[in-house]
Write a protein that binds this ligand. Structure first.
Ligand code: B12
Length: 213
């Protein structure tokens, strides 16, 4: 039986190979992929984040942990898919300008894909203009914005204003998320939806799509 505490420890220690091997073993044993992510991988990132906050870890350690998390996540991602092929809706997702955090955003994007959405993942450090352009070119039903820094979360408001200015606001639903974001903030900046995790993000997106049809 795979020791999932070891997987969590490997991510915290930034050890890519053991993290990938332990993840593969856990999947082979039939452990629920969602539980591997929610109960072991995400808490590992929270642990390293706390160490960083307390001055017991530094940016290189965060980077190593992120690399191990991403490597392990690559293995789990295909298992999140439930094989649905019909398109539920089109989503454009990205991390806002000034922000390079993409693990959570990519996890949310994978869950959307696994649940039948078509997803255009713009990446990180995305300007308001680029989001606006993508809503048009990709004919997005939902725009998803991610931010992990208190200094970048306000840029979400800039994006929403740019969408309004471009005359696209009534055509697209906007969802926001990321560790410093909450429902109150989402309401304040005029977003249509917020979620603090990838599972409820999918439920929220489906709810928003249902409202438009
Ligand atoms: C890994 C990491 C990094 C890595 C990022 C690598 C990468 N490719 O992503 C690196 C080393 C690059 C990094 C850099 C920095 N980081 Co950093 N980082 C983290 C860390 C440890 C983990 C983040 C993570 O991946 N979490 C796991 C994922 C799964 O969770 P998540 O992102 O929250 O996503 C979930 C939800 O929020 C939600 N969600 C996310 N996006 C969206 C979008 C939508 C639409 C929805 C609905 C939901 C949703 O669903 C996701 C899945 O459940 C956090 C600490 C923490 N606990 O969050 C600090 C943290 C975010 N970083 C922090 C800081 C300060 C920095 C730096 C400024 C450090 C520096 N001095 O250089 C730089 C900034 C660089 C930049 N311009 O962006 C601070 C932010 C403090 C603040 N209040 O703003 C934190 C909180 C650490 C701390 N405790 O101090 N970081």
């Amino acid at each position: 039986m795979t020791n999932l505490q070891e997987l969590s420890d490997a991510i915290v220690a930034g050890r890519l190979e053991p993290a990938v091997d332990l993840t593969r073993a856990a999947l082979d044993e039939g452990i629920d992929p969602q539980s591997i992510i929610s109960d072991h991988m995400i808490p590992a990132m929270q642990r390293i984040g706390l160490r960083f906050q307390e001055g017991r870890a530094f940016v290189p350690e965060l980077l190593m942990a992120a690399r191990a998390m991403k490597g392990a996540l690559e293995l789990v991602k295909p298992r999140l898919s439930n094989g649905k092929s019909a398109t539920v809706g089109r989503i454009v997702i990205g991390t806002v300008y000034g922000d390079l955090h993409d693990i959570g955003k990519n996890l949310v994007a994978s869950m959307f894909e696994g649940c039948g959405f078509e997803v255009v993942n713009l990446g990180v450090n995305i300007t308001a203009d680029r989001f606006v352009e993508a809503i048009r070119s990709e004919r997005a039903d939902i725009l998803c914005l991610s931010a992990l820094l208190t200094t970048t979360m306000n840029y979400m408001k800039t994006v929403i204003e740019a969408v309004e200015k471009a005359g696209l606001r009534d055509r697209v639903k906007i969802m926001v998320g990321g560790a410093p974001v909450n429902q109150l903030f989402a309401d304040r900046i005029g977003a249509d939806g917020y979620s603090d995790n990838a599972n409820s993000a999918v439920l929220k997106a489906k709810e928003l799509i249902a409202k438009t049809v």
